[in-house]
Design a protein around this ligand. Structure first.
Ligand code: SF4
Ligand code: SF3
Length: 546
């Protein structure tokens, strides 16, 4: 075994990748990611003490957040980036130590090894990584809870970072991420205490999602119900994938008047719903589907691609020269656009676009989206009426991630076979399994209501809580809402924990339950929250909807 990673839904054999990631992550990068997380624990041990002494190290807050984000699935595959990050982590840790000394704070003698180890060679990093991997926690339930919490804070870090670049931050979210990391170093925590901390992760999950919602809507306006063009025009163009709206905004500004068009891809599709982006005539629409089809779609797009965070698939040689990374995204050999004080210069991409052919058409027509909380609450009367008259019998939350496995055809079949009086509420790239099916509408309300990115899952919670209020219900679980969520990477973990914190029960999670849930931890979730997997479409529709 040269690595061990089981953080995503595509973990090899449903247990873990041990030689190379199914995602394409190499063992050296997987091990460096483990070492980085370990070193973040060390930083957090010191930084929490520093906070108590009134000296908060903001560099540490930002670094821990960005580094957690960099380790989520399909964000960064670069050995160089992670080597640099481990070095910087050790430097920051020493910086906080000095700050503490200056404040005359003496830490207990028996600090965890993550706060003490040091090396500055690649060989040393490799050797240390072999010692501290996920499997070094021997008790499988403790390991499971520790990793569940770490994956939760990875998702939290992603959302916190998206808000941060829009100048929204909350100290308690930085503090909680560090508290959770430190908790995973404590051998004296009982399983019950770890379960309680996992639930607390969900509490901060709700907070971070609310903060991101505020950041996005206060910067770009409330998403509006929008018809999005999925065809192409004849101009050379740039394709933007990932979740970073700020990068998208800067690219739109810089391409103005250049003759270069801009399209969204995968999770950038919801950018089409924001009023702030509608004013750009050269913003054409969305090209392609969910992340895993990029090997074909980037090829046929013909122009440059800007990859803003996940999900990057290791690029094929045929289009590699046209792919640019930015933010925490990395892949050795791809060109990276650095920012300076938040400003990014995309000139090189724009100049390349001018020399490229226009995108090849892969489909035509329009899809409808933009049903975030504000737009749906604007339709509240209509929705409530439809529920009261029985025109809508059930809402089915089918949010989450898409993935490459054929087993995910289940979600297309499920959407197609749902009774006509049910409405799908979605967010995230999971929607690509059914958002082009033409499922019709109920009295003018489309049967697929897309709130936006996975980042916008908060909207679905707001909608549910509002409906609970309108119908005068005590409990959100009394609503006619079923949850059939598809997961892939760690942002789905924080969304799940956030929903549990809000008291949502009986969530179905698929296409498979996480490999990192030990049987006992899975049982805790089943017994307390009614979490279940999926079976086959007929049985599940019968169980969840009818
Ligand atoms: Fe495997 Fe997923 Fe980890 Fe990649 S992220 S190495 S596919 S478990
Ligand atoms: Fe998708 Fe990567 Fe999760 Fe944002 S683009 S939902 S998988």
């Amino acid at each position: 075994m040269s690595m061990f990673c089981y953080q995503c839904q595509e973990a090899a054999k449903g247990t873990g990748c041990t030689v190379r990631g199914v995602c394409g992550k190499t063992s050296d990068v997987a091990n460096l990611q483990d070492l980085l997380i370990y070193t973040l624990k060390g930083i957090s041990i010191y930084n929490l003490e520093a906070k108590k002494a009134g000296v908060n190290n903001e560099r540490a807050d930002k670094f821990v957040m960005e580094s957690l984000f960099a380790t989520i699935t399909n964000a960064n595959f670069s050995n160089q980036d992670f080597t640099n990050r481990v070095k910087e982590a050790l430097e920051i840790r020493e910086e906080i130590k000095t700050q503490l000394k200056n404040e005359n704070v003496n830490l207990e003698a028996d600090l965890h090894d993550s706060a003490l180890w040091y090396d500055d060679t690649r060989e040393g990093f490799e050797a240390k990584a072999r010692e501290i991997g996920i499997l070094s926690t021997e008790n499988e339930d403790v390991r499971s809870l520790r990793e569940l919490m770490i994956y939760g804070v990875k998702g939290m870090a992603a959302y916190a970072e998206h808000a941060f670049v829009l100048s929204h931050k909350k100290q308690e979210i930085f503090d909680f991420m560090q508290k959770a990391l430190v908790a995973t170093t404590k051998d004296d925590l009982s399983v019950d205490e770890l379960v309680a901390l996992t639930m607390e992760t969900g509490k901060y999950g709700v907070e971070v999602m609310a903060m991101l919602d505020e950041a996005n809507t206060s910067t770009y306006g409330n998403p509006e119900i929008t018809k999005v063009n999925i065809g192409v025009r004849n101009n050379p163009a740039i394709l933007v994938s990932g979740h970073d709206l700020k990068d998208f905004e800067q690219l739109l500004e810089q391409t103005k008047g250049t003759g270069v068009d801009v399209y969204t891809h995968s999770e950038m599709l919801p950018a089409n719903y924001y009023p702030a982006f509608k004013k750009y005539d050269h913003f054409v629409g969305n090209y392609g589907n969910a992340w895993w089809k990029q090997d074909k779609e980037f090829e046929s797009f013909n122009g440059p691609i800007l990859m803003t965070t996940n999900c990057l698939v290791p690029p094929k040689a045929s289009y590699k020269d046209r792919v640019y990374t930015t933010g925490v995204v990395g892949f050795d050999g791809l060109k990276h656009i650095e920012g300076k004080d938040g400003a990014k210069d995309f000139t090189e991409i724009i100049e390349l676009a001018k020399k490229c052919d226009a995108p090849q058409e892969i489909e035509k027509g329009e899809i409808v989206g933009g049903f975030a909380h504000n737009a749906v609450l604007g339709l509240a009367d209509k929705v409530v009426e439809a529920v009261k008259t029985g025109a809508i019998k059930k809402f089915v939350v089918m949010a989450g991630c898409d993935g490459r496995m054929n087993s995910r055809n289940y979600y297309t079949d499920f959407a197609e076979q749902l009774p006509q009086d049910s409405v799908i509420l979605t967010a995230g790239c999971a929607k690509y399994r059914y958002n082009k099916l033409n499922l019709g509408d109920i009295g003018g309300i489309p049967r697929v209501l897309d709130a936006g990115q996975c980042n916008d899952s908060y909207s679905l919670a707001v909608i549910a809580l509002k409906l609970k209020e309108v119908f005068g219900l005590e409990d959100v679980n009394e609503l006619p809402i079923a949850y059939n969520i598809a997961w892939y990477e760690q942002k789905a973990v924080i969304v799940l924990l956030a929903l549990l914190h809000l008291g949502v029960k009986n969530i179905h999670l698929g296409p498979t339950l996480p490999a990192f849930l030990s049987p006992n931890v899975a049982n805790v979730l089943v017994e307390n929250f009614g979490i279940a997997g999926i079976t086959d479409v007929e049985t599940d529709i019968e169980k969840m909807v009818l």
